[in-house]
Ligand binder design. Structure first.
Ligand code: T4K
Length: 392
């Protein structure tokens, strides 16, 4: 019998560095009397992240959404951009807010990323770019996407909001595409409270991006682009430096918890676990299972509600699909019959709690609750718990 958790267990919790380390950095900021507009902490973080992410060029932003918008603007995209409906809505908004038409492409049933085999059929004379997302930190098929883009003369902007630590073929994920966006929101594995960055190969983009995020200002007397305020401030950059120092420990803990989940759910009929790949590395941003009622005996929503009854707040990332939201559902590419895989998977996904401060024992309890759901919500689907729980 599993007792409800005394404190709520959320899908994630921010990585909080030792407060004394943050305070010491705040003292440096106070001494410098420099709070924003590319100060010392900002410069240090930009260099540290460029090294850590192994990318040639990087520029910081105040969040991932403004970073994506700047990427779209600096590449001068127009017309249509092929993207995935299975993402957080900021991906789609970054296109629409810039007057672009998102064209939704169905997803791969295994990786849940944009299905590269379907991209070419969506290309029209109006297509200017592809915007794939490394969903849950799992790399897209970057080689095939790059090949399609090269063949058709399209730009590629990757949304790597979840993919800070992801790699393909030993290279950091930011090495692919024209521009890669990272989000450093508090809920991300690496964060600056709110923040983001763009990584890119072409060094000529850097001054343009820096102008865009600083109101388009060239110098004290010239403004030569319609820019906005996308700057990361010194306090947040300082938090980022402190978070970066403890990130490896967090990643190790999260990967160990992923193993606990995998061991508990391995072979359970109706539960699909995130795929494993020998050629790429996934950031442990989320642990997302897929639940098929016909085999598992309960729906995703049954499990979601059951967990809530025990003070566990899993999330249905990414349901509904972006193509189902009011601003986008009128688009021809948003029709559910054109997105059969994404439509099915969006009803099955459940992101379970994953963060370093959770203990293995807590994850085991969450697994037990997931597996016990049919006993509570459905009749005739009872099954015994795996051996790992016999001692609980
Ligand atoms: N592209 C993709 C693929 C993205 O996933 C995102 C953001 C973006 C682009 C845009 O990047 P940013 O502009 O945000 O940098 C959260 C985040 O707010 C959002 O950043 C993130 N994706 C999205 C997937 O998740 P919500 O509405 O689910 O957040 P919320 O407030 O419900 O938080 C989730 C859980 O985290 C809470 O249940 C408790 C916990 N939490 C949250 C915060 C903020 C904490 O424990 N402490 C905290 O401070 O969107």
């Amino acid at each position: 019998m599993v007792e409800p958790f005394e404190q709520p267990i959320f899908v994630t919790r921010p990585l909080l560095p030792d407060l004394q380390i943050v305070t010491a950095k705040l003292q440096e900021i106070w001494a410098a009397q420099w709070l924003s507009n590319g100060g010392m902490q900002h410069q240090k973080l930009e260099c540290a992240l460029r090294d850590r992410l192994r990318v040639p060029n990087l520029t910081l932003f105040n969040n991932g959404t403004t970073a994506l918008m700047a990427a779209v603007q600096t590449l001068g995209l127009a017309g249509e951009v092929i993207t995935t409906p299975f993402t957080f809505v900021a991906t789609t908004h970054a296109l629409a807010l810039n007057g672009l038409t998102p064209v939704f492409c169905d997803i791969d049933p295994s990786t849940m990323n944009i299905d590269p085999d379907q991209i070419e059929s969506l290309i029209t004379p109006k297509t200017s770019a592809i915007m794939p997302v490394h969903v849950y930190g799992m790399p897209c098929d970057v080689e095939q996407i790059n090949e399609i883009a090269r063949k058709h003369g399209l730009k590629v902007i990757y949304d790597a909001a979840h993919a800070f630590d992801s790699e393909v073929g030993g290279a950091g994920i930011g090495a692919y595409g024209d521009i890669t966006m990272y989000s450093f929101h508090a809920t991300k594995t690496f964060h600056t409270v709110e923040g983001g960055a763009l990584a890119f190969g072409d060094a000529a983009l850097k001054p343009r991006l820096e102008r865009l995020k600083n109101f388009g200002i060239r110098d004290e007397e010239r403004v030569d682009a319609v820019g906005f305020n996308g700057k990361l401030n010194e306090l947040q950059a300082a938090v980022g430096l402190a978070v970066l120092d403890c990130l490896d420990g967090e990643l190790t803990k999260r990967r160990a918890l992923v193993d606990v989940y995998r061991a508990a759910f391995d072979g359970v009929p109706g539960l699909t676990l995130p795929p494993l790949s020998e050629h790429s590395r996934t950031t442990p941003s989320y642990f997302v299972i897929r639940i098929e009622k016909e085999l598992f005996g309960s729906t995703r929503d049954d499990v979601y509600r059951h967990l809530q009854g025990y003070n566990v707040f899993a999330r249905k990332y990414f349901y509904p699909l972006c193509s189902d939201f009011a601003p986008y559902r009128h688009l021809p590419s948003a029709a559910p019959q054109r997105l059969p895989v994404a439509s099915r998977i969006a009803r099955q996904v459940l992101a379970l709690p994953l963060y370093g401060a959770l203990s293995a024992r807590e994850v085991e309890r969450i697994c037990e609750l997931v597996l016990a759901t049919p006993l509570r919500f459905s009749r005739g689907t009872e099954r015994s718990l795996p051996a790992v729980f016999v001692s609980l």
